[in-house]
Design a protein around this ligand. Structure first.
Ligand SMILES: [Cu+2]
Length: 179
C-alpha cells in the first residue's frame, strides 16, 4: 500500500525558505536597517505623494500602493487620483527613498548583478486613469520583492507639455513601510 505522507520537495523548500526568513527577521536587531536582500514576509504599503515640479500641475495628486510578497512572487496593488484624465502612467518598484536624488533612486532589480535584457528583472506596471484622473490596477509578478525594494514611483508617460514644465518624469513617490 502506498503512503500519501511523503513530503514533496517543493513543500520542504517552502518550509526552509520560511525558516530562513524568520531567522533573518530575528537577527535584524543587530543590523542598522540597511537592506540585506532578505525576503520580507509582511505586506508593505506606501502613501504616494506628488513630487517637486508636479505639485502645481497635479496639486490633488495622491495614491496608495500595497506590496505583498511571498515565495512565489509579489502582488502590487496601486491606486492613484488627482492625475491627468485618461492617461497611462508607468509605475515601478524602486530601490531608493523618495527623498533621494532622483526621488526613489533606481529600479529595484531582482538580480542586481544581471546584465540588461533577457528575463524581466524589475517590477514594472502601469495605471490608466479614468476621465476624473483616477485609476487602479493590480499586478502579479513572479519576482519576489525583498527588503531592497524601498519605494514605488509613478512616472509621467511620453513627452508632453506637462513633462517639460515639471522638468522631471517622476510624478508620485511613496516610501514602503510595513503595516
Ligand atoms: Cu521607475
Amino acid at each position: 500500500m502506498r503512503t500519501l505522507l511523503r513530503k514533496s520537495p517543493a513543500v520542504a523548500a517552502a518550509v526552509l525558505l520560511g525558516l530562513a526568513a524568520a531567522c533573518g527577521g530575528e537577527v535584524d536587531e543587530e543590523s542598522d536597517g540597511e537592506p540585506t536582500g532578505d525576503a520580507v514576509a509582511e505586506t508593505r504599503r506606501a502613501a504616494l505623494e506628488v513630487l517637486d515640479g508636479w505639485t502645481d500641475i497635479h496639486p490633488e495628486g495622491t495614491g496608495t500602493v500595497e506590496l505583498a510578497a511571498d515565495d512565489d512572487g509579489t502582488t502590487v496593488t496601486l491606486s492613484v487620483s488627482g492625475l491627468a484624465p485618461e492617461t497611462e502612467y508607468p509605475a515601478h518598484v524602486h530601490d531608493g527613498a523618495c527623498d533621494a536624488d532622483p526621488p526613489g533612486g533606481r529600479h529595484w532589480l531582482a538580480d542586481p548583478d544581471a546584465e540588461g535584457g533577457g528575463e524581466p528583472n524589475h517590477i514594472h506596471t502601469y495605471v490608466v486613469t479614468d476621465g476624473e484622473g483616477a485609476g487602479e490596477m493590480t499586478l502579479d509578478s513572479d519576482l519576489v520583492a525583498d527588503d531592497r525594494a524601498v519605494s514605488v514611483v509613478v512616472h509621467a508617460s511620453g513627452s508632453n507639455e506637462q513633462l517639460q514644465q515639471a522638468g522631471a518624469d517622476r510624478v508620485l513617490c511613496g516610501d514602503l513601510a510595513a503595516g
